[in-house]
Write a protein that binds this ligand. Structure first.
Ligand code: HEC
Length: 356
């Protein structure tokens, strides 16, 4: 949303950080077109400018990074309508096709996932013939010491997943050669570069849900999934989003959606869609409504679609539509609020949105 003017200066000054590794003509580097190299450089400089190395539990640094990447960032402008994201496979040489990844709406990923990482701007670009994609490798470190409610869900439900997140040293963007769009993004603890800072591991108790909970102060957690740190605290729609998501979640349980679309991925879906928090459901709400209307969802244990009973379908769609209306009202309110102080401070993109 609010983007500091300093970003531009940072973009210019940080691009030199790409360093010799990025410029040196590696075997395939000569074949990297200027448009891809520039896009990679712009994204790397933006990430280093908005999300620089900081202590791994620094919530203010995390929120500054989230606010910078959400909205009209360079990273956001290179994302497709659906991004696939996840861990690099443990299996050596596994292709993207063979790797289980999760589908994300761009704003969900730029506000909840990418900001969990910190960057120094150093990156390389290479052509990967097996994928027919350019691979931008960015050096990274992970914010493993944030409070549990600052993660989109407790990643430690899976020990191997948490360990790779904690020890991540590489952030990988897979770019299409023709459009420069990022088709897939991954993180890894096996990047060729050294760790950027030492990791103090955090031991969490085994966790198996719920994916939305209420803390001792009565607040819904994870707070970040209710747009905490992204929307203004006085956004009048946040409480209603919470309540209506909970109504929707009841209908999704009733209609079996929650037996597949949760972080534990019980059905081992290779392109998982998460619906287990307000932010995740908000990102998928149009596809959710469409797939239920068309009787493509839910699916049975053989992955065959079946139609819900007329009652269940009606209740699920009613709660989904109520939720969508409120999510849209919350977004519109934010746009209005951003307009108030001074239109001059808005970026051209935001101006385009508010004058629509
Ligand atoms: C048996 C497991 C299963 C159940 C139950 C299930 N789904 Fe799905 N869902 C899938 C699979 C598999 C995909 C396909 C993922 C992919 O694109 O590869 C999918 C995709 C989706 C998508 C995104 C793709 C699209 O079709 O637009 C949405 C939204 C969705 N499901 C919503 C729901 C809802 C709502 C329910 C409950 C009414 C539900 N699902 C129940 C397995 C399930």
């Amino acid at each position: 949303m609010r983007k500091p003017l300093a970003t531009l200066a940072l973009l210019a000054s940080l691009s030199c950080l790409a360093g010799p590794a990025a410029q040196a003509p590696a075997p395939d580097m000569a074949a990297v077109p200027a448009s891809i190299r520039l896009a990679a450089q712009e994204i790397a400089a933006e990430l280093a400018g908005l999300c620089p190395l900081a202590p791994a539990g620094d919530t203010a640094a995390y929120n500054a990074c989230r606010q910078g990447l959400f909205g009209d960032s360079a990273l956001r402008s290179h994302l497709p309508p659906v991004l696939i994201w996840g861990r690099q496979s443990k299996a050596p040489g596994a292709t993207l096709r063979q790797t289980s990844l999760t589908q994300f709406a761009p704003d969900v990923w730029t506000s909840l996932y990418a900001p969990l990482f910190m960057f120094n701007g150093r990156h390389t670009v290479e052509w990967v013939p097996e994928e027919k994609l350019f691979l931008v490798r960015l050096e990274t470190a992970f914010r493993n010491r944030l409070a549990p409610g600052q993660f989109p869900y407790p990643f430690w439900h899976d020990e191997a997943k948490w360990s790779m997140y904690e020890n991540a040293n590489g952030f990988m963007l897979w770019m299409a050669p023709d459009t420069g769009k990022i088709r897939a993004a991954q993180f890894t603890d096996r990047a060729p570069n050294a760790m950027l800072q030492s990791v103090q591991p955090v031991q969490h108790a085994k966790y198996e849900g719920p994916w939305l909970w209420t803390d001792e102060k009565g607040n819904t957690q994870p707070a970040v999934t209710l747009f905490d740190g992204i929307y203004r605290p006085d956004n009048p729609y946040i409480k209603a989003i919470d309540r209506q998501y909970r109504d929707l979640a009841v209908q999704m349980r009733e209609s079996q959606c929650s037996s597949c679309h949760v972080p534990t991925n019980p059905d081992k879906i290779s392109r998982l869609v998460l619906l287990s928090t307000p932010a995740h459901a908000a990102g998928e709400i149009d596809r959710l409504i469409k797939s239920v209307k068309e009787d493509r969802m839910p699916m049975d244990e053989f992955r065959l679609s079946y139609a819900l009973s007329a009652d269940n379908k009606k209740w699920l769609l009613e709660s989904a539509e109520a939720f969508r209306t409120t999510v849209q009202a919350a977004q519109a309110w934010e746009t209005q609020a951003a307009r108030k102080p001074s239109t001059q401070t808005l970026s051209s993109n935001q101006r385009a949105q508010v004058t629509k």
